[in-house]
Design a protein around this ligand. Structure first.
Ligand SMILES: *Cc1c(COP(=O)(O)O)cnc(C)c1O
Length: 465
């Protein structure tokens, strides 16, 4: 062995010329190729410097092979499709709502070409990008006017700014929620310039509490749906119609942040307690705010529906320019909202509603059909089908467990955590759950057309070393 193995390291050019690299690198950008080779040479030098015996791995072929691996990793997209086997339908880390095919296609068409985003094709004149979607939001919510911004957090900020800048926003202490990702109602209010006026207590707020707080400096009464937690026991809050009556009497608008934005009654699907946008409008809320990518099942967006004069005021706010949605969002939202013109087609064609409403018996049948091929995979010790509970997620239907069905997979030599990791980094990536030493793959969120890929992913993940 050479006294100083570092001297024996190949040069960058030698590695670049080696067949192993040339075979894989022909269409890679030169800068990426060079970076991969330099990184691998540096790593090899570090290993040798640390006294590691590389036994031939430091030769041209060894370095080139590993540089090719690095190159492949560098060129691999960082945003990847994931098979969601967590059972959580609205998983914020996984992009929340998977959109309907019609919506995804509309977004793709908008993305790849030109469209009449701000042009009235009849008159040839400039128009508002809000117009096409506004009409649909009004139709599905019953509201007089509507506007769309980038998300519900933006909707809340801009609505409070328009109504409560330098004035008081009156809200129950039981609704000062944090949604996650630093969306806290008190902080959002501060950003909007509204002055927070808390009333009542965490568990009890009465109409008289609101009444006492209202005065000449009030900008709005704000109701926020406690979308990700539940106060139970000795509790009381004021129903929306009573807030509306109070607001009307004193000339104070009522803003209702319903969060999830269900557009249809989900009770027939066995899901209780989500406010429906149309009901909030019908109850007289002056502005109703909700997300586009939660139970509505569309793109990330914040919808504002309500009184024309108030929505106009919001549209004139300079923040509107900062919060305005892009063409892909608007195209996808329009296509999604069209599905709601008929309740039955919504439940059939909006993936979020379809996933949430799939009968457990159907999930069981699919799980049982998948168990056999999974059991036969090398490296898999056992597969069982077991009832599980899941949640809608995304701050919807809090505390409401949804019955589901999962495949519990046990490896021969790999632990559940190791299997889960290998599935996560695989192609396609699969996200499951680990529970009591078993890998759980929940079928509530796996699309039927992903089943073959799922089996293949488990085959690769479980394969003996
Ligand atoms: C989710 C949620 C928000 C934030 O909506 P994004 O669209 O995620 O910005 C605001 N308010 C309530 C009540 C929510 O549930």
């Amino acid at each position: 062995m050479d006294a100083n193995p570092l001297r024996e390291l190949p040069s960058v050019n030698q590695v670049l010329e080696s067949p192993a690299l040339r075979a894989t690198a022909h269409d890679a950008p030169r800068s990426e190729l060079l970076a991969a080779v330099r990184q691998e040479l540096a790593a090899t030098r570090a290993r040798l410097g640390a006294g590691e015996a590389l036994d031939g791995d430091a030769d041209v072929e060894g370095v080139a092979r590993r540089a090719a691996e690095r190159l492949k990793e560098r060129l691999r997209p960082r945003l990847r499709a994931v098979i969601n086997a967590t059972g959580i339908v609205l998983h914020t880390n996984l992009g929340r709502a998977p959109m309907a095919t019609a919506a995804a296609e509309a977004a793709a068409r908008a993305a790849g070409g030109y469209l009449n985003l701000e042009l009235d094709l009849d008159t040839g004149k400039r128009s508002s990008r809000q117009a096409p979607v506004r009409e649909l939001v009004c139709r599905v919510t019953g509201a007089e006017w509507a506007a769309v911004v980038n998300n519900n957090a933006a909707a809340t900020v801009i609505a409070l700014r328009a109504l409560c800048h330098g004035r008081e926003a009156v809200i129950s202490r039981g609704q000062l929620i944090e949604i996650g990702g630093s969306f806290r109602i008190p902080e959002i209010m501060a950003v909007s310039g509204a002055i927070l006026r808390e009333v009542g207590t965490t568990n009890i707020t009465r109409l008289a509490d609101y009444e006492r707080a209202l005065g000449p400096t009030t900008g709005a009464i704000v109701q926020v749906h406690t979308s990700n937690y539940k106060v139970s026991g000795f509790t009381r809050s004021v129903p929306l119609p009573e807030l509306v009556r109070l607001g009307r009497r004193l000339g104070v608008p009522v803003v209702d942040d319903i969060g999830s934005g269900a557009l249809v009654d989900l009770r027939p699907l066995g899901l209780r307690g989500e406010p429906v946008a149309r009901a909030s409008v019908a109850a007289g809320a002056d502005l109703v705010l909700f997300s586009g990518d939660k139970l509505l099942g569309g793109p990330q967006a914040g919808l504002i529906a309500g009184r024309k004069d108030l929505v106009h005021k919001i549209e004139r706010d300079p923040l509107m320019r900062a919060f305005r949605p892009d063409k892909m969002t608007l195209a996808a939202l329009e296509a999604t909202l069209r599905l709601y013109l008929d309740d039955d087609s919504a439940i059939r064609d909006v993936p979020v509603l379809r996933l949430l409403s799939a009968p457990v018996a159907e999930l069981r049948a699919r799980a049982e059909a998948l168990a056999a091929p999974l059991r036969s995979l090398p490296g898999v010790r056992s597969v069982s089908v077991r009832p599980e509970q899941t949640f809608a997620g995304g701050g919807s239907l809090p505390g409401q467990a949804i019955a589901s069905m999962a495949l519990a997979v046990e490896g021969v030599s790999r632990s559940a955590a190791e299997l889960a990791r290998r599935l996560r980094v695989g192609e396609p990536a699969v996200l499951g759950r680990v529970k009591r030493g078993l890998l759980l793959l929940d079928l509530r969120t796996v699309f039927a057309e992903q089943e073959a890929d799922l089996v293949d992913a488990v085959r690769k993940a479980a394969a003996p070393a």
